[in-house]
Design a protein around this ligand. Structure first.
Ligand SMILES: Cc1cc2nc3c(=O)[nH]c(=O)nc-3n(C[C@H](O)[C@H](O)[C@H](O)COP(=O)(O)OP(=O)(O)OC[C@H]3O[C@@H](n4cnc5c(N)ncnc54)[C@H](O)[C@@H]3O)c2cc1C
Length: 313
């Protein structure tokens, strides 16, 4: 254990009234199905529990890490020394005609369903992206030229002292697959989005279906143990943005594998677990791909998938 945390489960039970899971196999918490064991894991079923868990971990200097659906994260083969907090908070409210306030543990699918039922449009581009609102804000998830950050009005986050604060959209400094949370590691608790009131529910439904169909054509099925696009789309020295998959395809990525990690034949920017991959296999394969692209095109690919080391830095 990273520090003397023998009493931590007892303190947790006293303070939060819930048991921690101990010595947890992390494979079931990442879509990659890779990872060793975490000392502790807690499934927070409300924002109150999430806040209390973070505060207690901070108080006892227990390293902690908040996850959502685990669709963009690769755990270390050595697991995690500390507490993993899985966010399962599911509250969602229609706060004004065009605004929805949503707990960060709500999945994008649940959020879209809620919006569709109330004829609120604008977020259809999220259809088919797996994961939670919190994870999506962290990485400014998006598709078809749109991203979630553009629709965010404000959010409640936990600041570095463990206090709840409300921040506006500009706080997040959203960019392509970027938010300030990548630097601060602050947890998002709730988020409010601005939507468009549509006359016709069918219009929203049709756009969702079209987006799902477009994704089915180019993306692997959700059942594939992977975490989506492995690399961000880079900008070439000429200033032109290009799909990472195009460069990867040209360096023969689809024929590469390391141990149990391989590149998906249908899309060169997806690394997946063929069954017994380790995190080391995935990282080595990614590094090989980066080397080839750098050598051929002079472009340094940047990871979109997040690797969580066993010992937090
Ligand atoms: C088949 C497939 C297709 C995909 N397609 C797309 C796509 O089209 N576009 C796209 O953008 N992504 C895509 N992804 C990646 C993934 O769906 C997104 O990154 C998603 O936002 C991850 O959400 P999550 O809840 O699973 O986050 P996790 O994987 O659980 O966590 C990712 C990061 O978010 C942080 N985080 C999670 N919750 C919070 C919170 N409450 N507060 C602060 N930080 C938090 C974690 O600490 C971690 O660093 C795809 C993935 C798969 C498997």
């Amino acid at each position: 254990m990273a520090c003397d945390l023998k009493d931590f489960p007892k303190k947790f039970l006293n303070y939060i009234g819930k048991n921690l899971y101990q010595n947890v196999d992390l494979r079931q918490y990442s879509n990659f199905q890779i990872g060793g064991r975490a000392d502790f894991l807690f499934e927070a079923s409300s924002i109150k529990q999430l806040v209390e868990a973070v505060r207690l971990a901070k108080k006892h200097s227990c390293p902690f890490y908040v996850i959502g659906g685990g669709y963009n994260i690769i755990f270390d083969d050595d697991g995690f020394r500390g507490l993993i907090i899985k966010n399962c908070a599911k509250g969602i409210n229609h706060t004004s005609e065009k605004s929805v306030e949503v707990d960060s543990g709500v999945t994008l699918k649940e959020f879209l369903k809620f919006c569709l039922e109330r004829e609120l449009g604008g977020m259809e581009f999220l259809a088919g992206i797996p994961g939670t609102i919190g994870g999506a804000i962290y990485g400014n998830a998006g598709a078809f030229g749109k991203d979630i950050g553009s629709f965010l009005e404000k959010a409640t986050i936990l600041d570095d002292k463990g206090e709840r604060i409300t921040v506006s959209q500009s706080y997040f400094a959203f960019g392509y697959r970027y938010s300030i949370l990548k630097r601060t590691q602050q947890a998002v608790l709730k988020a409010s989005f601005s939507l468009v009131k549509e006359e016709d529910q069918e219009k929203i439904k049709e756009e969702i279906e079209n987006n799902l169909e477009a994704r089915r054509k180019k993306h692997p099925p959700l059942s594939l143990p992977c975490c989506g696009s492995y690399f961000k789309n880079p900008v070439l020295p000429s200033g032109k943005k290009v799909a990472a998959a195009v460069l990867l395809e040209q360096v023969g990525a689809k024929n590469l594998r390391v141990g149990g990690a391989a590149v998906y034949k249908g899309h060169a920017n997806f690394i997946y677990n063929t069954g017994r991959a380790t995190a080391k296999d995935v990282l080595q394969l990614a590094s090989k791909l980066k080397e080839r692209v750098k050598e051929r095109f002079g472009v340094v690919l940047e990871e979109e998938v997040i690797f969580l080391p066993a010992i937090s830095q």
